[in-house]
Design a protein around this ligand. Structure first.
Ligand SMILES: [Zn+2]
Length: 157
């Protein structure tokens, strides 16, 4: 079963965790909030931040990426080093992403690629319409067949 924890949503910052309820591990989608807010909202959601297994970046806009570096450094102190999945065009267009690229494991993300496997879940990226260098939504599946779709900042459907 999946649990969706929306930590923040809106122009001031976006971040959400998709949790594998069977294991307590999860994927973080976007990180446009500061470390303090991230940790506080994980606590409120009853999610252990050290169980973040991967970070998926929908697109490079600051309200989705500006907290990435500080949150990654905070997670490192908890012994947690998630792989970051992001499209190369987004890295090229974002100094925030370029700054973290040297400090963590980054793997490419693109529409139609094979599933991203992390936290015991499978995430399938698909392209969305938005005024970003590249922009993606995700279908995320749990082993028991539970699934959800996550889309943010969609322009034209
Ligand atoms: Zn945006």
């Amino acid at each position: 079963m999946l649990k969706l924890h929306v930590l923040a949503s809106g122009s001031k910052g976006n971040a959400a965790i998709v949790e594998n309820a069977a294991t307590g591990a999860g994927m973080l989608i976007d990180c446009g909030i500061c470390k303090r807010d991230f940790l506080e909202r994980c606590d409120e959601a009853g999610f252990d931040p050290a169980r973040i297994d991967a970070m998926l970046i929908t697109h490079e806009h600051g309200d989705h990426t500006k907290g990435l570096g500080v949150v990654l450094r905070g997670l490192a102190k908890l012994g947690c080093a998630p792989t970051v999945y992001v499209n190369q065009a987004c890295i090229d267009a974002s100094s925030a992403l370029q700054k973290v690229a040297g400090d963590c494991a980054i793997l490419p993300l693109s529409s139609g690629q094979r599933a991203i496997e992390a936290a015991g879940l499978r995430a399938f990226p698909f392209a969305t319409s938005h005024d970003a260098a590249a922009s993606f939504g995700f279908r995320i599946e749990a082993p028991d067949g539970d699934a959800l779709g996550y889309i943010t900042d969609s322009g034209i459907v």
